[in-house]
Design a protein around this ligand. Structure first.
Ligand code: NAD
Length: 253
């Protein structure tokens, strides 16, 4: 299916993990993809591995920095002519219990996830409003509902759900929808690092997580990519302000 034919899509944090899985899916559905990641070399290399011959781009930017985020959007429009889809996926973790969480760990996580989604969305909406169409898809998490050791991350991820609802209200009349996906456990460098921090093998960690959700397996980037491709497609034009939990039933209780 080529539901994204002719669209230009930015995926932040797209050089690996969930973001790269989404970038691959968007490309295979016809989009030209712009991978925005911290190191321009990584972004370019990942863009080169996308499955189609479209003129995919790799741009180095820190989404939490206002000038850098704006420049990434402006360069996209300058080089590719327009922007249709923004996926705010870039993320980091700096986990610790509250009494051990430093100011820097709090600020870094809020900056990348929450400020990053705000800055990229603000830069993109200028173009979306002018062309009277656009899609913003944010990445929240099941941790938004609360997770021990993740006060910073949980606050940022629930903040993203509020941002999503508010931007949906503001931008709907301009043909722009704004939604979020909230992944459960997805196999990536981020969850591998969590396993290491918990002194567990990644395999044991995955087995433990799989035993605790309804479908009995962990998620893969492709699971998020499938939901994302739908939410940014024309088929989803009546869906806005929503957060879709893609978690194998982890949050069902
Ligand atoms: N893996 C999971 O289980 C899981 C679950 C829920 C939510 N998420 C969210 O999904 C998103 C992707 O996670 P992942 O597991 O693929 O992580 P990952 O660590 O594999 O990839 C994150 C990417 O974001 C990039 N990045 C970090 N800071 C950035 C910045 N300031 N500017 C631009 N790029 C930056 C990194 O370089 C990296 O390429 C994150 O928002 C994460 O919080 C992940």
């Amino acid at each position: 299916m080529a539901r994204l034919e002719g669209r230009v899509a930015i995926v932040t944090g797209g050089a690996r993990g969930i973001g790269f899985g989404v970038a691959q899916r968007f490309a295979s559905e016809g989009a030209t993809v712009v991978i925005v990641d911290l190191q321009e070399g990584d972004a370019i290399e990942a863009a080169g591995r996308l499955p189609t011959d479209a003129p995919h781009l790799g741009i180095g930017a820190d989404v939490g920095d206002s000038a850098s985020a704006t420049a990434a959007v402006e360069r996209t429009v300058q080089e590719l002519g327009h922007l249709d889809i923004l996926m705010n996926n870039a993320g980091i973790t700096r986990d610790n219990l509250l009494h051990k969480m430093s100011d820097a760990d709090w600020a870094a996580v809020i900056s990348v996830h929450l400020t990053g989604a705000f800055l990229m969305s603000r830069a993109a909406q200028t173009h979306f409003v002018t062309q009277r169409s656009g899609r913003i898809l944010n990445v929240s998490s099941t941790s938004a509902l609360g997770n021990r050791g993740q006060a910073n991350y949980s606050a940022a991820k629930m903040g993203i759900q509020g941002l999503t609802r508010t931007l949906a209200l503001e931008l709907g009349k301009f043909g722009v929808t704004v939604n979020a996906v909230a992944p459960g456990f997805i196999v990536s460098d981020m969850t591998a690092a969590t396993a290491e921090r918990l002194h567990m093998s990644f395999q044991d960690f995955q087995a433990a997580v799989a035993s605790q959700n309804a479908v009995g397996r962990v998620g893969q980037p492709e699971d998020i990519a499938a939901a994302a491709a739908f939410l940014v497609s024309d088929e989803a034009s009546f869906i806005t302000g929503q957060t879709l939990y893609v978690d194998g039933g982890q949050t069902l209780g």
